[in-house]
Design a protein around this ligand. Structure first.
Ligand code: KMH
Ligand code: ZN
Length: 269
């Protein structure tokens, strides 16, 4: 579950959780309806994206105290964040952190992820026992992931988990065809590799349905989706998680508990 992101403004999306209280409340609500992981981007007092280490540590502590969710901090931040700040995110000691597998155009911006930065993130995470979620914005980034694992070894916990982020303007499209191409390319990754998928905006439902059909897990939330249906803004993150859980149950792939997800991902209880 990705409740906030770095791209939407509070002014445009009033339901976006931007304070620590709002984040924790969202976490509790989403856990109650099926979420097991929270992918965290923080905002400052003006609701602008921040990688402030003190705030990150407070968020990790509060989410651990108030929820059972696996706490995954974004190391991607916002497109303007320097590499040094993005690496320092790991100092907040999360269970997981995201680790993007390459540079991608991001609308009018560029989300920069140099090879040497990727290696540094992967290596630091392993040294600290932080489990990565490898973020894949385009097909070739799966080849980069294979190269990373071949040259630098498996991540902390020994299990490989990745997330397909589909429909960013500049990345792969949010279509069933693109998801299937990614699943085929995953055959070159270690056996047992798991994936989740998320579709941006109007790609939300096509990707959700394709991922369930292809054996994948789901990421949903207001980082990626701010319109529930045509003309209807998302009311809360829990609304999106509840819809995803309902589809998953229909597909006979019911949501995992946080403790089941920990066991799958190699994260200590
Ligand atoms: N906000 C994007 C530039 C991540 O969290 O690791 C990067 C992003 C990926 O959202
Ligand atoms: Zn993110």
């Amino acid at each position: 579950m990705a409740p906030t992101g770095a791209e939407s403004s509070k002014a445009d999306v009033p339901a976006l959780p931007v304070t620590l209280d709002e984040l924790v409340t969202t976490g509790k609500e989403c856990q109650a309806v099926g979420a097991s992981i929270i992918h965290v981007h923080l905002r400052d007092d003006d609701a602008r994206p921040t990688l402030d280490l003190g705030r990150l540590k407070d968020a990790v502590a509060a989410l651990r105290a108030e929820t059972d969710l696996i706490v995954q901090l974004s190391s991607g931040g916002a497109v303007t964040d320097p590499e040094s700040d993005r690496l320092r995110v790991l100092d907040a000691g999360p269970d997981m952190a995201s680790c993007t597998m390459g540079t991608v155009n991001f609308g009018d911006d560029v989300f920069l992820n140099r090879w040497s930065f990727i290696v540094e993130l992967h290596t630091r995470m392993r040294d600290r026992g932080i489990v990565p979620e490898y973020e894949i914005f385009d097909l070739g980034q799966l080849t980069t992931l294979r190269r990373l694992l071949d040259k630098h070894g498996l991540p902390a916990g020994g299990h490989v988990h990745l997330d397909l982020v589909m429909g960013v303007p500049g990345g792969m499209p949010a279509t069933a065809e693109a998801l299937v191409a990614c699943v085929q390319a995953m055959r070159d990754l270690p056996s047992g590799t798991t994936f989740s998928a998320t579709g941006i905006g109007r790609g939300t439902l096509p990707v959700l349905l394709a991922s369930l059909s292809a054996g994948g897990h789901l990421r949903v939330g207001m980082e990626d989706t701010v319109t529930y249906a045509k003309g209807a803004p998302v009311e809360s993150n829990a609304q999106l998680v509840a819809r995803a859980s309902a589809f998953a149950r229909l597909a006979q792939r019911p949501p995992m508990t946080p403790s089941d997800a920990r066991a799958l991902l190699g994260i200590p209880a």
